[in-house]
Design a protein around this ligand. Structure first.
Ligand code: PLP
Length: 391
């Protein structure tokens, strides 16, 4: 059976060019970058090159990039790293109510320590309204953290405007750009942001490596203490091969971004148009245009609670997508906090399908998906009506 992967927001396949860049670091180039001998210096060169490549993607300076083990760690580093500079009663943080758990759970942790956190609402189209930020600012607001693109509905946030409002207030601005990096331009010479989180496995790089951009001159308290690597901000012997992989992934994403974005927008819009034509109860979730190039989030009116079954039926047909609600079958049918934040009622918030396209997807795969989906939704429909009739 043909296997089709349409779940690139969960993770992406490694680009073979990334694997090629990593292989020498699992062979002859094995040194510890902190060692002063030839082996160490060869490894250090690989780390320096990776840092340069990542910095270039954002128009940043190499020494503004700190490598971490994940997007989650980068998010924790920014939030806890800033909060730790203040006493809890002197620090107010603002975020949105539909951030990734890497932000929301970290904020809950900070609240348990006594910090004040405000959660901005989002519009029904999945956008944070800058006016809500203006209303939420307080004299002790130290940090605002708003994602660049939402991981479930794919909507792009007005981070330039949000960052400007934040800077005018004298606070720091962080963006969780894990879903946006490599897909849309994010240039720190044009955006007044202080921190940006990214994760390599979302841009055809390896898992277990991320980075935090920290603007020159901005201070944070380290979370991991030790040998002083990464300028003392994140101690630990560097994951050299993964850094080389992230660097290569960033370089490829930067070089191919505009052509790839147009290709994905075309595939995305074809899916949206044909689904709405062929499946009358389908609706698009999130803003029609302010969304990531390859990202589609669909609801099926009257069948929201069946999203998990639709996902499993597509999987049977070899097509990997995900439900936009809680990500495991154990939580099927529970309302999604993302959709609830967007004002969906508990019935409509029970499920959605997230279809996220990537570099190696083809027109032919989209054809197959569009052939298969209407039939599966139709079958669900009859199952749902039957169960209603019995009940
Ligand atoms: N932030 C967002 C918006 C994400 O989508 C993800 C992963 O899905 C993360 C953070 C966490 O990244 P990682 O898997 O590298 O920890």
């Amino acid at each position: 059976m043909e296997q089709i992967y349409f779940d690139h927001s969960a993770t992406t396949p490694l680009d073979p060019r990334v694997v090629e860049a990593m292989l020498p670091l699992y062979g002859d180039n094995f040194g510890n970058p902190s060692s002063l001998h030839w082996a160490g210096q060869n490894a250090k060169q690989a780390v320096d090159e990776g840092r340069r490549q990542v910095a270039e993607l954002f128009h940043a300076q190499p020494d503004e990039i700190v490598f971490t083990a994940s997007g989650t760690e980068s998010d924790n580093m920014a939030l806890v790293g800033v909060a730790s500079l203040y006493l809890p009663q002197d620090c107010h943080i603002i975020t949105s109510s539909f951030e990734h758990p890497a932000i929301l759970e970290t904020c809950k942790y900070l609240e348990r320590l006594g910090y004040a956190v405000s959660y901005l609402p989002v519009t029904p189209e999945g956008i944070v309204d800058p006016e809500s930020l203006v209303q939420a600012l307080r004299p002790k607001t130290r940090l605002v953290s708003i994602m660049a693109a939402n991981n479930v509905v794919g909507t792009l946030q007005p981070i330039a405007e949000l960052a400007q409002i934040t800077k005018a207030h004298g606070a720091l601005f962080h963006t969780d750009a894990v879903q946006a990096v490599g897909k849309i331009p994010l240039h720190v010479d044009a955006l007044p942001i202080d921190f940006l989180s990214l994760s390599a496995h979302k841009l055809h790089g390896p898992k277990g490596i991320g980075a935090l951009y920290i603007r020159q001159g901005v201070k944070i308290e380290p979370l991991v203490h030790g040998g002083g690597q990464e300028r003392g901000i994140r101690s630990a012997t560097e994951n050299v091969a993964a850094i080389a992989g992230l660097g290569k992934a960033a370089e490829i994403a930067g070089a191919e971004m505009s052509a790839e974005a147009s290709r994905l927008v075309q595939l995305r819009d074809r899916i949206i148009a044909e689904v709405s034509e062929k499946i009358p109860n389908a609706y698009l979730i999130g803003h029609r245009y302010k969304r990531l190039p390859g990202h589609i989030c669909l609801g099926f009116a009257g069948q929201e609670g069946e999203a998990i079954h639709l996902m499993l039926a597509l999987n049977e047909a070899g097509i990997a997508i995900s439900t936009g609600s809680a990500c495991s079958a154990h939580h099927a049918g529970q309302p999604s906090y993302i959709l609830t934040a967007m004002g969906f009622d508990p019935i409509r918030a029970r499920g959605s399908l997230r279809i996220t396209l990537g570099r190696f997807n083809t027109d032919a795969e989209v054809d197959t998906f569009l052939d298969v989906l209407p039939g599966l939704v139709g079958e669900l429909h009859s199952v749902t009506s039957r169960s209603f009739a019995v009940a």
